[in-house]
Design a protein around this ligand. Structure first.
Ligand code: HEM
Length: 295
């Protein structure tokens, strides 16, 4: 998918490069993964903002820090999304195409039962909620780190082959999904603490990624860190993120192309304090103003 991803990246950059400045979150980090996921689903690009609207509401509810009235509103929005996708699934059963929605409704090749509508909608909500805002966050947080550490940006300019390792270091240090929930299925002792069967726990990936026993000098941002890729930002085991390779490629291509097409990249004067929407789960920037000289 790399040439396809690079095509979208270059089109988005063409849209702002002559200005010499960009609000990176709304003009790039939101549209890139949203357009990619819309194309993969087989939803028209004009409807991509709707996907973002539905996903925002789901994220807000998942982050747990909202008022009951707003939670109800988010539930209503989730039902609107379900109606939309139920129609899409019905349509692809009749008119299959080369897209992910058609693949999901198709009978499995091993002859097992196709997914029920409830399973399909659940799958869709996982893809919608996991599938692009996490990448938006990783892109913004990656630039924030580079702009705060210009000496590390120079290293990437000198040696672009370090960019994949830099991407791993961003995921380690910023961890866009800071935490997720689990139910303990058997009595467990972990790090000297007894956790009874049935307990609900929060796994803090962000904490694991700063484990002093695993990483040297954990707070330091180092694009050359040898074991940067040993992070848990995509989880582990059965539920390891199926979008990890896609997200990595979107990040690698973005930083490669932007460093190639722009010089003197820095925070623009409008960028004040960083504003992170409140959430127990996600770490995401609201805005990121950047200035640069087009090449
Ligand atoms: C930088 C971007 C991303 C980050 C940090 C991220 C992080 C995660 C994490 C921490 C999990 C949970 C793993 C676990 O439970 O152990 C997960 C699961 C998941 N992710 Fe991602 N993700 C990213 C991008 C994506 C993309 C691009 C897609 C889809 C195109 C995606 C789809 C999913 C799905 C469907 C799951 C649920 C998997 C399951 O429960 O079996 N993610 N992701």
């Amino acid at each position: 998918m790399t040439p396809y991803i690079e095509g979208i990246i270059n089109d988005l950059i063409d849209g702002f490069i002559d200005k010499g400045t960009v609000e990176f979150v709304s003009e790039f980090a939101v549209p890139l993964p949203t357009l990619v996921i819309a194309d993969q689903f087989g939803v028209p690009r004009e409807e991509a903002p709707k996907l973002k609207f539905w996903s925002d509401a789901a994220m807000e509810a998942l982050g747990l820090m909202i008022e009951p009235a707003r939670e109800l509103e988010c539930a209503r929005i989730a039902i609107e999304a379900q109606h939309y996708f139920a129609n899409q699934f019905e349509d692809r059963r009749e008119n299959p195409r080369d897209d992910m929605i058609s693949d999901l409704v198709a009978p499995p090749p091993d002859g097992s039962e196709p997914m029920s509508m409830q399973e399909l909608l659940d799958m869709m909500s996982q893809l919608l909620n996991g599938g692009f805002q996490t990448t938006t966050a990783a892109l913004g947080l990656g630039w924030k780190l580079l702009l705060e550490h210009p000496e590390q940006m120079s290293r990437l300019r000198e040696k672009p082959e370090l960019i994949p390792n830099f991407v791993e270091e961003v995921l380690r240090l910023e961890t866009p999904v800071q935490a997720l929930f689990r139910k303990v299925t058997e009595d467990t002792r972990l790090g000297g603490v007894d956790i009874p069967k049935g307990a609900e726990v929060i796994l803090l990936y962000g904490s694991a990624n700063r484990d002093e026993e695993k990483f040297d000098d954990v707070e330091r941002f180092d694009v050359c860190r040898k074991n940067a890729g040993a992070h848990l930002a995509f989880g582990a085991g059965t539920h390891f993120c199926p979008g990890a390779m896609l997200a990595r490629q979107e990040m690698i291509s973005t930083f490669t192309i932007m460093l190639d097409r722009m010089d003197d990249i820095q925070f623009a004067p409008e960028q004040d304090d960083f504003d992170f929407p409140p959430s127990l789960v996600h770490r995401n920037l609201r805005t990121l103003h950047i200035s640069f000289t087009p090449r």
